[in-house]
Ligand binder design. Structure first.
Ligand code: NAP
Length: 232
């Protein structure tokens, strides 16, 4: 949360932070979301997930006004992303699309493999790649012969949450490898889902962890908030 607050300060976005205790009731949280929905000077609302077990995450996401849903998690915004006509791009996938574009990589016709099918990364990532005319395969925990599929990828996105599970032998020579993973090891070291050293040898381009996708996610959050204010 701190880095998001810092980013707001850096670019001159007014922000409010509500740190609630873990035993806060769902009703109290929903009431706060509603207050912020109504508040004129607020253009973006972000609820830091995951929430404690006694709170229904979907109920909270659904309570955020779609017009202030700068994370793009509300079902209305998810639907718009699916159709390809959206105001708020989902932050992590949008950041990845910017990285790809800035690197001069054309997605059209490329074999794109996304490992992970979560609502916040894997699924929207696959949609954005599809909208850019990639040929997209989505892998998950029940996928058989994962390495065989990842080795087909021209663009490989790992969003699994398993430290360094994508190894060099799973990557095609010349592939673009995007590491979304953020895994904290016992010694507190932060590593991605990609084993950087072995994959770097094969990849034409690869994102590091930390310093790759993470900062882009925050940048996209800022972009969505500014966009929301402009739309208002
Ligand atoms: P998630 O909700 O736990 O989803 C993980 C996905 O990986 C699931 O679809 C799961 O499959 C799949 N998976 C698990 N084990 C697998 C295996 N052995 N082989 C193939 N697929 C497997 O996680 P998430 O929220 O998408 O996040 C993924 C990672 O990205 C985490 O490390 C998270 O911290 C990081 N993250 C980073 C950013 C950023 O800004 N850099 C933003 C969001 C998340 P099933 O669906 O079958 O269970």
């Amino acid at each position: 949360m701190n880095s998001k607050k810092r980013a707001c300060e850096e670019i001159g976005i007014y922000s409010e932070e509500y740190v609630l205790s873990a035993d806060t009731s769902q009703d109290k949280l929903l009431a706060l979301v509603d207050t912020l929905n109504q508040k004129d000077g607020i253009h973006g609302i972000l609820v830091q997930l995951p929430l404690p077990a006694h709170i229904d995450e979907d109920a909270v996401i659904n309570a955020i006004s779609p017009y202030k849903d700068v994370d793009a998690f509300h079902p209305v915004n998810v639907g718009k992303i699916m159709i390809g006509n959206y105001n708020f791009a989902p932050c992590t996938p949008a950041g990845i699309m910017e990285l790809i574009a800035e690197s001069g990589i054309d997605i059209k016709g490329k074999e794109c493999v996304v490992v992970g099918r979560s609502n916040i990364v894997g699924k929207p990532m696959s949609m954005l790649l599809l909208h850019s005319h990639g040929t997209v395969t989505i892998c998950h925990s029940r996928t058989k012969n994962l390495a065989e599929i990842t080795r087909r990828a021209d663009i490989l996105v790992a969003a699994v949450g398993r430290p360094e599970m994508i190894t060099g032998d799973m990557v095609k020579e010349g592939a673009v490898v995007i590491d979304v993973g953020m895994n904290r090891l016992e010694d507190n070291k932060l590593v991605g889902d990609v084993h950087f050293e072995s994959c770097e040898k094969k990849a034409a381009a690869i994102t590091p962890v930390p310093g790759g996708v993470g900062p882009m996610t925050i940048a996209m959050l800022m972009k969505n908030t500014v966009k929301s204010a402009r739309l208002k």
